[in-house]
Ligand binder design. Structure first.
Ligand code: URA
Length: 213
């Protein structure tokens, strides 16, 4: 299953990464980011992206967040996942107010997918598969204890399509040494489909899980 493979190959690499000093992991992450910037695997994305947006944050990190793809008005312009748009602002606000320090933040794909009219679209299965090695390589260096999947697409990629996406319940799923955790994507909250108060409660629950893991 592709979804498990993405994490499993990261987890396999984690075993060898267990001997990497924190500074070594950060340096290797920098090298990885530089290599990703030259990626031309998806012809459609090469045409519509402004830049490749690798994951950013601490390595190793106790907690990592995986979104969908850089947004047209945010990460595609800034080069930093979840920044420069309302989703990014909300996510970072929630992370800070829950007291979650030194997170790593990334996406299922590293380029902004657009439709023929220039609007954000979901990445295709092929595009997600093409980027899964990049995601696995990042996670192998970051080795999060808790890996938060923001939205159903990220959840299915990492937890597998058989696992129901139930962010209101917030039950973690163990995958090797990592706890996968389902949460709504911040864009869902931004467009009013879920309340701020409920999202804050979900982040407090996440913080308790993270502090206890
Ligand atoms: N910005 C990102 O980096 N990822 C998303 O999924 C949405 C906005």
């Amino acid at each position: 299953m592709i979804e498990h493979n993405a994490l499993a190959s990261g987890a396999a690499a984690c075993t060898s990464a267990a001997f990497i000093e924190p500074r070594g992991a950060a340096a290797r992450l920098r090298a990885l980011r530089a290599a990703m910037r030259g990626c031309v695997r998806c012809p459609a994305l090469v045409k519509c992206r402004s830049q490749v947006v690798p994951g950013q944050g601490a390595a190793p990190a106790r907690i990592a967040f995986v979104g969908l793809a850089p947004g047209r008005l945010g990460a595609d312009r800034t080069g930093i996942p979840f920044s420069g748009d309302r989703s990014g602002k909300l996510l970072r606000q929630m992370i800070a107010s829950a007291g979650l320090r030194r997170p790593f933040i990334t996406n299922v794909v590293r380029c902004n997918p657009r439709d023929a009219r220039g609007r954000n679209r979901n990445p295709s299965k092929r595009e997600m598969a093409n980027c899964s090695g990049h995601l696995a390589a990042e996670l192998a260096l970051v080795r999060p204890r808790v890996l938060v999947c923001l939205g159903a697409v990220a959840w299915r990629r990492l937890a597998g399509s058989a696992a129901p996406f139930r962010p209101r319940v917030g039950a973690p799923l163990r995958s090797g040494g990592t706890l996968l955790y389902p949460m709504y994507h911040p864009a869902y909250v931004v467009r009013g489909a879920y309340t701020h108060a409920a999202y804050e409660r979900d982040f407090r629950r996440l913080a308790r899980l993270c502090n206890g893991s």
